[in-house]
Design a protein around this ligand. Structure first.
Ligand SMILES: Nc1ncnc2c1ncn2[C@@H]1O[C@H](COP(=O)(O)OP(=O)(O)O)[C@@H](O)[C@H]1O
Ligand SMILES: Cc1ncc(COP(=O)(O)O)c(N)n1
Length: 634
């Protein structure tokens, strides 16, 4: 049920310029790397390139690229390459100004439904001009919450909106019921007629690019049925069902008649169902659930109702026990444990957990990673807001946005790691900078201007204060180019300068400790040489692994070389994206990328950039080499 398969299913769809959304104008006055530095542009600064939004592009475009060039001589013949997520290049295309350019390979682009931005490079006679849709076409992951409104704003639609906001995900809403509710309980419920729920669903699903649907309170069988219909009509990437039946306060939100229709209509199309103990028991005809072993059994039985994955939540387990949830993916049972926070503010934890999972799925996480990250989010939010007081009743809401409030608002990435950023990974080296008499900021600036897609600062000998100042300056440079900056090993520096993340080795602080220090929104990379280390990095909550040394290198003493074969073995075993490292340069980068393993996302280089006279030139060349190597794979 992916957007991509939906896309393929509409193979007859043609693009009609009249029905197309208005074009966006991209100015060429501030071109970005990785293509060419600004000085190489020859078109006047206000020459405009128009491109339709990627979202519309994704939905409608099968045969034509909705791209037009204006304010350039009408007769100019153009070669146009379209670059998706920086590193996937379509074959060069030929078109003329004002003409729609045919784009025959679109349905074959890997992960096309995840395209968030694109760049356009054109050759006009001998000149190359570039423009990027980044600033205008920032695709935001999107969750649709189909749930009830909670006037107290601790649960329901309001919890989902706040959770998605906290996770950097857009949330649209279809309201199924309006509850009069506060910290004392639910005073009244007004159910929205199913016909109107159906209308709301159509409004959102027919227009917006919803990635994941999350359901909460579905108070009538008719509402479940119209939802089922609409989801068949408008396929989405994933469906998360929180089978809300009874509120924490004990009030009934959906009667027992709902159980059979959930089982028949919704669970078979669900990717995840998240019952609490009472709901799991109701789904299983009143089976008593008191222990962890009961929960494990229940998870396997509920799985048979058709949901691909099941999470039985243990918030209602007896008090001395940790907050333990059971996750079942149809094969393995996992026990997810967090400490039980002593607080009365647990109203809305279930809704928030499910919407956080939906948000993480919309960002591209795997199911298990999404569930683990969401459990951490709930634990952290409960901890942060355990003592707040909202209302006089026994069950208060927690503060979903506390984490955002405690963070600097200008944070660049807000929890979104894009594996494509590993494409050209620049790792600095203080020794080399000294040798070439350049400052770290000059080195980093040249690297990102030349096309580096992520930067890691590795300062083994610098004084802490100097390291911190350098890191702050480099962050400014990187963020101005939309490039994340990581710190090698020094979590204290990363925290102090609010870097985008850290990279750690096998003898540094373990990644799970780093994750709890940095929180869910930072990038964590781990150096791995073996499949076992790669597995551990995944379990520890890392975002990517660095694998190497692929070739022998002088930058790291006593570093064992794994070779191309070792790299391939680790890539095949790794559940995380991989960047290759160690002795990679102009002459061997293509061979590395051509091993043909999809989760190898790029190469990390040190000497090939920084032990050279002109970092900018080396970065441009290396980027071009990588683009060529990855293009030839399409
Ligand atoms: N006091 C608590 N401390 C830590 N985690 C909790 C606490 N109460 C609930 N949770 C967690 O919150 C999530 C929601 O669980 P639960 O409260 O059982 O759902 P619901 O809100 O649907 O009843 C689960 O991951 C659960 O383990
Ligand atoms: C509108 C609405 N939806 C869901 C819940 C369940 O949340 P909780 O179990 O935390 O009371 C609720 N109380 N109200």
């Amino acid at each position: 049920m992916t957007a991509l398969s939906n896309f393929a299913a509409t193979s007859d769809a043609h693009y009609h310029s009249t029905s197309y959304p208005p074009a966006i104008s991209l100015r060429l006055d501030a071109p970005r790397p990785p293509f060419l530095p600004a000085t190489d542009l020859t078109l006047p600064p206000y020459a405009a390139l128009s491109a339709a939004p990627v979202s519309a592009f994704r939905r409608n475009c099968r045969r034509h690229l909705p791209l037009t060039l204006s304010r350039v001589s009408k007769q100019s013949a153009l070669h146009i390459s379209v670059l998706f997520i920086r590193n996937t290049v379509l074959q060069p295309l030929t078109g003329a100004v004002g003409e729609m350019v045919p784009l025959p390979l679109i349905s074959q682009i890997p992960k096309f439904n995840q395209v968030s931005r694109f760049c356009v490079a054109m050759k006009k006679q001998e000149e190359t001009v570039v423009a990027s849709s980044d600033r205008y076409e920032m695709r935001i992951p999107h969750v649709l919450s189909v749930a009830g409104s909670d006037s107290g704003a601790g649960a329901g639609i309001q919890a989902d909106l706040k959770t998605c906001a906290a996770r950097g995900v857009y949330c649209s809403t279809v309201i199924t019921a309006i509850t009069a509710q506060n910290t004392a309980g639910v005073q009244d419920v007004n159910i929205v007629p199913e016909g109107f729920v159906s209308e709301q669903l159509k409004s959102v699903l027919s227009d917006m690019q919803v990635d994941v649907v999350k359901t909460g309170m579905l108070p009538s069988t008719g509402i479940v049925r119209v939802l089922h219909q609409r989801l068949k009509e408008f396929p989405i990437q994933a469906l998360v069902v929180d089978p809300v039946m009874v509120s924490t306060s004990g009030d009934v939100l959906a009667g027992p008649t709902i159980v059979s229709v959930l089982q028949e209509e919704l669970l078979p199309m669900a990717d995840l169902v998240t019952p609490n103990l009472k709901e799991a028991s109701a789904l299983l005809g009143g089976m008593p659930l008191k222990t962890i072993s009961d929960m494990r059994h229940a998870a396997t039985l509920i799985h048979q109702m058709g949901s691909k994955n099941v999470l039985v939540k243990g918030g209602d387990l007896p008090d001395p026990l940790d907050a333990i949830d059971i996750f079942f993916d149809g094969k393995d049972l996992h026990e997810l444990r967090s400490s039980r926070i002593k607080t009365r503010n647990t109203h809305g934890t279930g809704c928030s957990l499910a919407s956080c999972i939906a948000a993480e799925l919309a960002k591209g996480s795997s199911m298990f990673s999404a569930v683990k990250a969401s459990k951490q989010f709930i634990e952290r939010a409960l901890k942060y807001s355990k003592d707040i007081s909202i209302g006089n009743g026994p069950q208060g809401p927690f503060d979903h946005l506390c984490r955002l409030k405690s963070q600097e608002q200008s944070s660049y990435r807000q929890g979104y790691f894009n594996p494509a950023d590993l494409f050209l990974y620049a790792v600095t080296d203080s020794g080399m900078n000294k040798r070439w008499d350049r400052s770290i900021t000059d080195a980093v600036k040249a690297a990102v201007e030349g096309g580096a897609t992520i930067v890691q600062i590795r300062e083994k000998d610098a004084k802490t204060r100097d390291f911190l100042e350098a890191a702050k300056a480099c962050i400014k440079i990187c963020h101005a180019h939309g490039v994340p900056l990581l710190i090698n090993d020094r979590i204290d520096i990363a925290l102090a300068c609010d870097a985008d993340g850290v990279h750690v080795g096998q003898s540094d602080i373990p990644a799970h400790e780093v994750r709890s220090l940095l929180g869910p929104n930072k990038i964590i990379g781990v150096s791995c040489k073996t499949p076992e280390q790669a597995e551990q990095a995944w379990l520890d909550g890392a975002d990517y692994i660095g694998c190497g040394g692929v070739y022998p290198t002088n930058t790291k003493a006593n570093n064992l070389t794994v070779g191309i074969d070792g790299l391939k073995i680790v890539c095949l075993a790794s559940k995380l994206p991989v960047v290759a490292i160690g002795g990679i340069n102009q002459s061997n980068a293509a061979a590395v990328m051509e091993i043909g393993v999809p989760n190898l996302k790029g190469v990390a280089v040190v000497s090939a950039l920084f032990d050279r006279q002109c970092v900018l030139e080396e970065a441009l060349k290396l980027h071009a080499t990588l683009v060529e190597a990855t293009t030839s794979n399409i």
